[in-house]
Design a protein around this ligand. Structure first.
Ligand code: PEP
Ligand code: MN
Length: 377
């Protein structure tokens, strides 16, 4: 049995030389969120095929949707349409698999690559089943990040595939679900794919700006940021008539827009995007602020509960030893995270003052009420 300490053993790592997945950098995958009709698929693919920078045509055949009752993919007929697209346009094809049954059907249909979606990656049983079903099959597989910002779960899924002997492996960064409101559908948390790159050197990581953005106006900016961070390529949702798409309509872009995006990204000179970049960075900051305020409100609520316990145990609000421990701990955390300990000290002194004042009020109020109840005054 393997233990946690085996996590960094060589077989969990991707050797750069053994990973022949990346034919070119940046690798470009484009196509609709879902295969809907043969007409929609051909209209999109034939326009994309005119741009020789597009390496693969994507379309979801089976769609794992968050809500039931939404479009769940056309299933098997879509595989035939994809085969036709490949034949007629010369584009190589890729689709999402979420079960061993999908793998079998996709391979039979001549898929050139497969990807495993964010919802599937969150379930290690299913990931293992898919990996096992690919034993001995020489096909590249891309693993999207799981919905939650859990790098171990992502790395774990990739490792399940590499331990099954699949070495043409890559990852796709599609952002993470986060409860705080944001103008993006999913949070990029760029440090996570960058850390994955450090953990698994040589592993190609593509960016899926469409699912991070959730709206088409943000796709170019996020695509550019991904390439600036030296990710290995892009998977972008492109639809011949984005507004009419049966899934993810708001984030898909038209083929013409995609060509302009590639011109901008891969051309010699890029248009300045200072305004949009500022907006995007500020939105990330707003998100973090929301988390800070939430964390403070929960902390104060906990301080209130502590006040009740202290009151019952006849203890004082201020307990210096405990406070020194807290301060030491957070300063150490700050130093590790690259934040100045002096700043954290100031911030936490202020938080502590607020917490003490809350505890004093609660303890004194409770004492006053008790006295009143017992007619001590
Ligand atoms: C998709 O690529 O259309 C898709 C369903 O993506 P994700 O798994 O990232 O949500
Ligand atoms: Mn989609």
């Amino acid at each position: 049995m393997k233990t946690d300490s085996d996590k960094n053993s060589p077989d969990s790592r991707n050797d750069e030389n053994s990973n022949s997945l990346l034919e070119k950098k940046p690798l470009i995958i484009a196509g609709p969120c879902s295969a809907e009709t043969p007409e929609q698929l051909f209209a999109t693919a034939s326009q994309l095929a005119m741009d020789n920078r597009v390496d693969y045509f994507r379309a979801g055949i089976w769609k794992p949707r968050t809500l039931p009752g939404t479009f769940e993919g056309v299933g098997a007929p879509g595989l035939e349409w994809m085969q036709q697209v490949k034949k007629q346009t010369g584009l190589k094809i890729i689709t999402e698999v979420g079960s061993a049954r999908h793998v079998e059907a996709a391979i039979k249909a001549g898929m050139d690559m497969l990807w495993v979606g964010a919802r599937t990656v969150s379930n290690p049983f299913v990931v293992q089943e898919i990996a096992d079903s690919l034993k001995g099959v020489d096909i590249p597989v891309w693993i999207k990040n799981p919905l939650s910002p859990d790098i171990d779960l992502w790395e774990g899924a990739i490792t399940r595939f590499s331990r099954t002997g699949i070495n043409k492996l890559g990852a796709i960064h599609r952002g993470f679900f986060w409860w705080a409101k944001s103008h993006m559908r999913n949070q990029p948390f760029w440090n996570i794919p960058l850390e994955l790159q450090e953990r698994l050197p040589g592993l190609p990581i593509l960016s899926d700006p469409s699912h991070i953005a959730g709206k088409r106006s943000l796709v170019p900016l996020l695509a550019r940021r991904a390439l600036e961070k030296n990710l290995s390529g892009l998977m972008v949702e492109v639809h011949s008539e984005p507004d009419k798409a049966w899934s993810d309509a708001s984030q898909q872009i038209a083929p013409g827009e995609f060509t302009r995006l590639l011109d901008d990204l891969l051309g010699e000179k890029q248009d300045p995007i200072t305004g949009e970049l500022l907006d995007e960075l500020r939105a990330e900051v707003d998100n973090m602020d929301e988390m800070l305020v939430w964390a403070l409100s929960v902390r104060m609520e906990l301080a209130g509960k502590i006040a009740e316990v202290k009151k019952d145990a006849c203890q004082q609000p201020l307990q210096s030893q405990r406070w020194e421990q807290i301060m030491q701990r957070v300063k150490l955390l700050a130093a590790k995270s690259g934040v100045r300990p002096m700043f954290i000290e100031k911030l936490f002194n202020s938080i502590h003052q607020e917490s003490l004042s809350l505890q004093h009020t609660l303890i004194n109020d409770k004492r006053k009420n008790l006295k009143k109840e017992h007619n001590f005054v």
